[in-house]
Design a protein around this ligand. Structure first.
Ligand SMILES: NC(=O)c1ccc[n+]([C@@H]2O[C@H](COP(=O)([O-])OP(=O)(O)OC[C@H]3O[C@@H](n4cnc5c(N)ncnc54)[C@H](O)[C@@H]3O)[C@@H](O)[C@H]2O)c1
Ligand SMILES: O=C(O)[C@H](O)COP(=O)(O)O
Length: 409
């Protein structure tokens, strides 16, 4: 069990993958100066070493926080994903250890949507192959296979934060928008939800994928889905590399069933900028290949840095878990003049009663109390007078089912 009650200069913040300067500024502005910063993701063994004494860790999509890595992170109180995806973190393992995980659900969505729109235009004009040819000294001035996007149909798979923005931007260019989602979604503008994926595929000139990485979306686009797409249509994937079976896509391109594709994410991506990018798609001039940069604009990165760092600081200072992706969400007011105890436990009957009973026996007055639960986790926040903080913390540590306790002054 972990007990953390530390001065800010003792709290180590480990930031990886070159998160934006705005994250460092936010930590420093809030009194967190013990920051270890790395421009890249770390190999597993080094990650385990560096994370061992970290209280707060910030990553992007590259670092894998597996059960094993989290096991090595004995002091970790919270994780920030400075991106949207949280599939790189074993969320269940983090929950089991009482570690809330935060992300930036909106800040890079516009950047992805803009890229997708640009790629749709490029693909329908046949620009990728004309561009590639020109780089090799060729000249292909022809209207053959070159189309306006106006009046064409864009099929969006996953109509969430990114998919909806893609739809709105696409309509402003005169595209018809259809979408497929496992949930019933409010269609924006004139967009139309289609209940069956294959029906969407049959009528779309461009299909763009915006689903998260889940067990259900793994290999979601294989040979059958690609064959169900209109002959001469295009596929865009800026979601996750596991969603498309890349060999099946290569076969659909080789057989000329698809006229082109734009792929930003891959089943296996290079560890860093120095490493060679290997993919069966490299041979196709009609495929736009981008190195997972859908969300990589300076605007997005600056916003994400400030947003996620602020969430981590707030959790560390005040206990708020609002928008945590794996944890009961508690929005907590400031606690001037009181000490705040955070108690994270397995969600089992009787914990709150035991806490109140223990405090009552010790004569500790509870000034305020909050409880939020999820299936697995219970999160109790208690305010007492500062003088009572130590006995209160000791009492909390004895409660059966306790995963972690922390005191905030
Ligand atoms: N390329 C990049 O740099 C980049 C940047 C940002 C996000 N992303 C990826 O894009 C994904 C989507 O981002 P978002 O902000 O729009 O997420 P979101 O959660 O707002 O939307 C995802 C949508 O997909 C739907 N969905 C889930 N499973 C589905 C399924 N099996 N079939 C159809 N629909 C399904 C959900 O209901 C939801 O509407 C992220 O999870 C992330 O992996 C990539
Ligand atoms: O999940 C995301 O937001 C994207 O995949 C971007 O990830 P990145 O921050 O590693 O570019």
């Amino acid at each position: 069990m972990q007990t953390v009650s530390l001065a800010k200069d003792k709290i180590k913040v480990l930031l990886l993958e070159g998160v934006h300067q705005s994250a460092l500024d936010t930590f420093r502005d809030n009194g967190y100066h013990n920051i270890e910063y790395h421009k890249k993701a770390l190999p597993d063994s080094e990650l385990k070493e560096r994370i061992a004494d970290a209280h707060i860790v910030g990553i992007r999509s590259r670092s894998q926080l597996s059960d094993e890595v989290l096991e090595a992170a004995k002091k970790l109180i919270t994780v920030g994903c400075f991106c949207i995806g949280t599939n790189q973190v074993n969320l269940a393992a983090a929950s089991r250890r009482g570690i809330p995980v935060f992300n930036a659900p909106f800040s890079n969505t516009r950047s992805v949507a803009e890229l997708v729109i640009a790629e749709s235009i490029m693909l329908l004009r046949g620009i990728p192959e004309k561009n590639a040819l020109a780089h090799r000294g060729g000249w292909l001035k022809s209207a053959e296979g070159s189309f306006e996007v106006r009046g064409k149909t864009l099929g969006i798979v996953g109509y969430g934060h990114i998919g909806t923005q893609v739809g709105v931007l696409a309509e402003s260019l005169g595209l018809k928008v259809v979408f497929y989602d496992i949930e019933n979604k409010l269609p924006l503008g004139n967009a139309r939800q289609i209940g069956k994926l294959h029906e969407l595929l049959a009528e779309s000139d461009v299909v763009t994928l915006h689903v998260p990485e889940t067990a259900q979306t793994k290999d979601m686009f294989g040979a059958a889905e690609l064959a169900a797409m209109k002959a001469g249509s295009h596929l865009i994937n800026a979601s996750r590399g596991t969603v498309v079976v890349i060999e099946a896509l290569a076969a659909a391109l080789a057989g000329k069933h698809l006229a082109g594709a734009a792929i930003d994410v891959f089943p296996v991506e290079p560890e860093g900028n120095g490493e060679e990018f290997l993919s069966p798609l490299r041979e196709f001039d009609n495929v736009i290949l981008t190195p997972h940069i859908g969300g990589s604009t300076l605007e997005a990165q600056a916003n994400i840095g400030g947003e996620v760092a602020a969430k981590l600081v707030k959790y560390s200072d005040n206990g708020s878990t609002l928008t945590a992706v794996n944890f009961p969400e508690a929005s907590l007011p400031a606690h001037p003049g009181k000490c705040r105890l955070l108690h994270i436990h397995k969600n089992q009957p009787g914990v709150l009663a035991r806490i109140n009973d223990a405090f009552s026996k010790l004569g500790i007055n509870i000034a305020a109390q909050y409880l939020q639960t999820s299936d697995e986790i219970g999160y109790v926040v208690i305010e007492t007078d500062s003088a009572a903080s130590q006995p209160a913390l000791e009492a909390l540590q004895q409660i059966p089912g306790t995963l972690r306790c922390r005191v905030l002054y």
